[in-house]
Design a protein around this ligand. Structure first.
Ligand code: NAP
Length: 251
């Protein structure tokens, strides 16, 4: 019998973990995605998609599928899923590992303005109209409708549907990773004056921060939400070791 593992994904790390353990007969993993993008990247392990239906739904999933270990590899800003995972694992006695990338730290030359949340980011842009690059998710754009004086350029994997958006918004559809030269070109080509970013950490979306530094552009940096965790880990290898340590003897 192999160890039945639920991986909560939607991140580069979750995909890396899936590649790492694919074909390991001692593990029976299933990767769960929220189902937000209609064309997710193909994965080498079993997948499921869509919300579980809150904590009760996740508890039911863990029991119905006899899950023996959960890895929360969701994005640092996906705090609700992590809260549900901690509670559901506690309720079912399922061991939980949380894979969380370290935050980016400001370097010499960075002009970051730290703000606590998305609404504060919209406010921090000020009263004078500016050209703003929004490197955020679809569900985070409506908050900038409260600061309609700015010209926004937003890069998204998929176009937003039906949500209230800032009036002066240009959408650029693209999926990372991006390199610094492309980011520089985007920022200069669009005459961007300020960048709004989450402190995602990791390398996949860091090039925009480097490009902003090179161009001496200010970055409004939105603080991470509180994300509850199980056994906290920062690397895929640590999670693999943790999973291997849970495999019953004789497998
Ligand atoms: P969230 O606010 O923490 O979660 C909202 C709800 O979406 C959860 O309660 C859950 O629904 C469902 N959900 C989230 N992740 C799921 C998963 N891996 N599998 C199944 N259901 C999931 O999350 P979010 O910020 O909307 O992010 C959604 C997904 O996009 C996550 O998988 C995350 O890793 C990924 N992502 C997020 C960001 C970001 O900036 N937030 C960036 C890149 C990728 P139920 O309550 O019905 O179970």
């Amino acid at each position: 019998m192999s160890l039945r593992v639920l991986i909560l994904g939607g991140t580069t790390e979750a995909s890396a973990l899936a590649r790492h353990i694919a074909g390991d007969a001692r593990l029976a993993p299933i990767l769960s995605l929220a189902g937000r993008t209609s064309n997710p990247t193909a994965q080498p392990i079993a997948m499921r998609s869509g919300g579980f239906g809150g904590i009760a739904g996740l508890v039911g999933f863990l029991r119905d599928n006899a899950i023996e270990a959960v890895v929360d590899a969701t994005h640092p800003y996906a705090d609700q899923m992590s809260r549900h995972a901690v509670t559901a694992c506690h309720e079912t006695g399922t061991p939980l590992a949380s894979l969380l990338r370290p935050e980016w730290q400001p370097f010499a030359g960075d002009r970051w303005q730290a703000v606590p949340d998305f609404a504060a980011a919209a406010q921090a842009l000020g009263a004078t109209p500016r050209r703003v690059f929004l490197s955020l998710g679809r569900q985070e754009l409506p908050v900038f409708a409260a600061a309609p004086q700015h010209r926004y350029i937003a890069r998204l994997i998929e176009r937003p549907d039906g949500t209230r958006l800032p009036p002066d918004l240009k959408l650029v559809q693209a999926r990372g990773p991006f390199d610094i030269e492309a980011e520089r070109q985007l920022l200069t080509g669009e005459k961007i004056e300020v960048v709004v970013s989450k402190n995602a950490g990791g390398t996949a979306t860091y090039a925009k921060i480097e490009a902003a530094r090179a161009l001496a552009l200010p970055v409004v940096m939105i603080a991470r939400p509180h994300k509850p965790t199980g056994h906290l880990m920062t690397g895929v290898e640590d999670v693999v070791r943790w999973l291997h340590g849970r495999i019953p003897r004789g497998v």
